[in-house]
Ligand binder design. Structure first.
Ligand code: ADP
Ligand code: MG
Length: 818
């Protein structure tokens, strides 16, 4: 008995931290978060392997063994597979935990355990303990990544419907939101012929002014049964009074309420649930209706008050912010628009504030650890390099290099973001920075997002640095095993000075002898966690992060609060501005003649497509098909090449090298060439389905031409009917300035779209609300500085400290607090 009790406790203690890390990974959208000293997947893999002392049944051992294997492969899973695996693991752990509870309390019946009242629940309670949340809804919620009450409260609405607008039918106008009170005249319900999962409810309703059609879509198997149909028929009898709220659209049948919220009004009473209210709309799974979700949320919202408050009353007052509990309640069920705005403000503030605190702690930690290393100078590599570089640096390049030199001569590690337009010459700055560090007998890592680009940088480095006796190696996912072993061993014993590579550099087996600087090219392609993973391979590693997709300073502050910003603001001299034209597909025949002429003059062209192969789902041009068309018909006398992501690295290199040597006249490609490819002889860029690309991406693509002294052209082909007036594309026509274009892109798409969670460490919710809350960023930073300077160990800010430990995605927080 005792031993079984002991064993149960062992198992429970084993389950708890696992569940916690699963929650954290879910909250962080399955990015494989870095914990105290391990990655999430390594932690799970190991925990699920070490089961010897737990005395589990063979069945559980088998299941956990399987999970363990999958976590080992976690990095190769896509988001949905990761989500699935986590859901399965949570379910199994939960089931195991529950059997223990039942076993260990033989005199308490199962029913008692399951019948806990809501008042005894806490934020950590499993959602199955909420009254009326049975197995069905529990599973549905789990699919959304919602496991406990805290998850539920943190599942914010996607948007809201404002039902304060009550109107008579005669006054309804298409494309607006209304609430109407009306009586049923006719009612039908039928199964969709096109979709075997769909039923459609169709009503005609009227008030004293007019009548209108109402269509409601019911998605899910269970809405197709006879019993469901019968139940609806008896509910919606002619004459019944309804409250209908939603969007009115103009259809073939005239004005129609399409998929509104419908509420049956009892006793002919006009008071109904959502009248005059703001209704939250959630992104939900099939067969989990919005109304059902609201019902569940309402039951637990009281627990929002238990949410830890990280700001004291004085701070709340001086910042004019709502309490955390109140804003969490209001974000789900806002009594007024103003309350909703205030709640959003508070919740956005918290995220920004926490991020700033993390930045400040990290800076402090770095400074604390500092040991002043005075290392012997190797020799003047930088000077020699600059003397072999065929051009003079631009003024901007000189300024930036001076800023970097200053940083590197300092004892503090550099953290610098280098923003510079496409073709502004960032690579030279990167090489120069690495050389300064190598002079001190340290190593450098040069991290790039694609293999093609890695190869190009590698060749550049070889050209400039071999004469200086600096050893450079290239490591990618395709480096042959034998070569790889050799590189890794030489890296470890310090024979390699610079390692260029792709994501392969993050791997644990890549161990530097003395890593001194990390350069990240096209840094927006990497996440913060990845960046840190590489930096942590050295002590006090300098960081130079480069981007051709610049972002405004305020935003940079909130996202890379720990980085200083440098900018190259001019292009090297002699560049002729690129002319950009928006054209329709009809114009292509003419365009091809122009291309023919350019090729005859010895120039080259790019043709960019959004897809590799034709797809049934999307009516877009594909690279393979266009290649066939161009190489066999239009340009059958010319050399046409094909480049896309499915080629292996050797094939890719062959194509690019031929293009570089002008053995290929026209390169048909997907966006794999987007980043950094440098072929100065190419003067024509044609982008098909250009409306499919973001502005910054188009600017990057366009930057592949205009790199020499010859006039270049960029043609944006669009099949979009309104394409010629397309606001986004015309920005490209107007400007060649990457900073301006980035600003416009941000304006048109919002930061959420552009930066995304991975990049920023901020939830989409915050990013989407940032444009309206620009001053909040500064306020959050000021407040964070105040807190950290008054209470550097967070001894008095316990709630804050706990939240940081809980959400820690960075090693430094733990190192700092422990
Ligand atoms: P990006 O900033 O887009 O990475 P690159 O570093 O690839 O740009 O530079 C683009 C081209 O400009 C390269 O061919 C490079 O050799 C050339 N370049 C860089 N700096 C100068 C300079 N100061 N004068 C002339 N050409 C330069
Ligand atoms: Mg570049």
């Amino acid at each position: 008995m005792t031993s079984s009790w002991n064993n149960n406790k062992l198992i429970k203690d084993w389950i708890r931290p696992l569940q916690k890390s699963l929650t954290i990974e879910t909250e962080n959208k399955f990015i494989n978060i870095l914990g105290r000293n391990k990655y999430f997947n390594d932690y799970l893999h190991e925990s699920l392997t070490r089961l010897d002392n737990l005395n589990l049944s063979d069945e559980y051992l088998r299941i956990f063994n399987e999970f363990s294997k999958k976590y080992n492969e976690y990095n190769n899973l896509d988001i949905n597979q990761r989500k699935r695996l986590i859901i399965d693991t949570r379910k199994t752990l939960y089931k195991l935990g529950k059997t223990l509870e039942i076993e260990s309390s033989n005199n308490i019946s199962k029913a008692v355990i399951l019948n806990k009242t809501e008042s005894s629940l806490s934020l950590d309670s499993d959602i199955s303990l909420i009254k009326n949340v049975g197995k069905f809804y529990k599973n549905k919620l789990n699919e959304l990544g919602v496991f406990n009450i805290k998850d539920l409260i943190n599942y914010f609405p996607r948007t809201y419907l404002d039902y304060t607008n009550r109107v008579k039918i005669i006054n309804l106008k298409p494309d607006n939101l209304y609430t109407c009170i009306a009586n049923i005249k006719r009612f039908y319900i039928y199964k969709s012929k096109k979709n075997s999962n769909l039923s459609i409810m169709s009503l005609v309703v009227s008030d004293e002014t007019s009548s209108i059609k109402v269509t409601k879509f019911l998605l899910g198997r269970r809405f197709r049964s006879y019993s469901f149909f019968a139940s609806q028929k008896s509910l919606y009898t002619p004459g019944t009074k309804l409250a209908i709220s939603g969007k009115v659209k103009l259809t073939d049948y005239g004005k129609t309420f399409v998929d509104p919220q419908i509420e049956i009004l009892k006793d002919n009473n006009d008071n109904f649930n959502f009248s005059g209210k703001i209704l939250p709309l959630y992104s939900l799974a099939e067969a989990l209706s919005n109304m059902r979700f609201i019902k569940i949320i309402k039951k637990v919202l009281i627990h929002a008050k238990q949410y830890p408050e990280i700001l004291n009353q004085k701070q709340l007052d001086s910042l004019s912010l709502l309490s955390k509990g109140e804003s969490l309640i209001n974000i789900h069920l806002p009594p007024t628009q103003q309350a909703l705005i205030e709640s959003k403000k508070r919740l956005v503030f918290d995220e920004l504030f926490l991020l700033q605190i993390k930045f400040l702690l990290r800076k402090r930690k770095k400074n604390k650890n500092l040991i002043a290393k005075k290392l012997p100078q190797k020799k003047s590599l930088l000077k020699e390099f600059l003397s072999t570089f065929p051009f003079d640096l631009t003024k901007s390049q000189v300024n930036v290099l001076n800023e970097i030199k200053k940083d590197l001569s300092n004892n503090l590690p550099m953290s610098r973001l280098l923003q510079g337009d496409v073709g502004s010459g960032k690579t030279i700055i990167a090489i120069a920075s690495i050389l300064i560090v190598i002079e001190k007998n340290l190593q450098g890592a040069f991290m790039v997002p694609t293999e093609v680009l890695a190869e190009q940088h590698y060749n550049n480095l070889l050209k400039y640095l071999n004469p200086l006796l600096v050893s450079v190696e290239l490591l990618t996912g395709n480096t042959p095993q034998k070569k790889r072993k050799e590189i890794l061993s030489n890296l470890n014993n310090g024979l390699v000075d610079i390692l260029v590579g792709t994501h392969a550099l993050f791997e644990d087996k890549v161990i530097f002898n003395s890593l001194g600087i990390v350069v990240i090219d096209e840094q927006h392609r990497f996440g913060v966690t990845q960046r840190n993973r590489l930096i942590n391979k050295g002590d006090n590693t300098h960081l130079l992060s480069m981007t051709a997709t610049p972002i405004p300073r305020t935003l940079a502050l909130s996202i890379y609060g720990d980085l200083d910003v440098s900018q190259i603001t001019e292009l090297p001299p002699g560049r002729v501005p690129i002319t950009t034209k928006i054209i329709s597909e009809d114009y292509l025949t003419n365009l091809f003649k122009i291309v023919e002429d350019e090729i005859t003059k010895g120039r080259q062209a790019y043709v960019i497509l959004p897809l590799i192969e034709d797809s049934e789902k999307m009516n877009l041009s594909s690279a393979k098909k266009t290649f066939k068309h161009l190489s066999e018909e239009v340009f059958f006398k010319k050399k046409v090449g094909l480049l896309h992501g499915k080629l292996n690295s050797q094939e890719k290199n062959e194509v690019i090298n031929s293009f570089l040597k002008n053995e290929i006249n026209i390169l048909v490609s997907t966006t794999v060439i987007e980043v950094g490819i440098d072929v100065p002889n190419a003067t024509i860029m044609i982008i098909y389905n250009s409306e499919r690309f973001g502005l910054s991406q188009l600017h990057q693509l366009r930057g592949r031409v205009g790199r020499g002294s010859t006039k270049s052209f960029c043609y944006l082909v669009t099949s979009d009917k309104n394409g010629l007036e397309n606001k986004r594309l015309s920005v490209m026509q107007k400007s060649n300035d990457g900073f301006y274009i980035a600003e416009k892109d941000l304006e048109l798409r919002g930061p959420g779209q552009i930066l995304g969670y991975r990049q920023s460490g901020l939830p989409d919710f915050v990013l989407d609300n940032l444009p309206n809350n620009k001053i909040l960023i500064e306020k959050a930073r000021e407040e964070a500085i105040k807190v950290v300077s008054n209470d550097p160990d967070l001894k008095e800010n316990i709630a804050l400290r706990n939240i940081l430990i809980d959400n820690s995605d960075n090693k430094f927080i733990h190192d700092f607090l422990n």
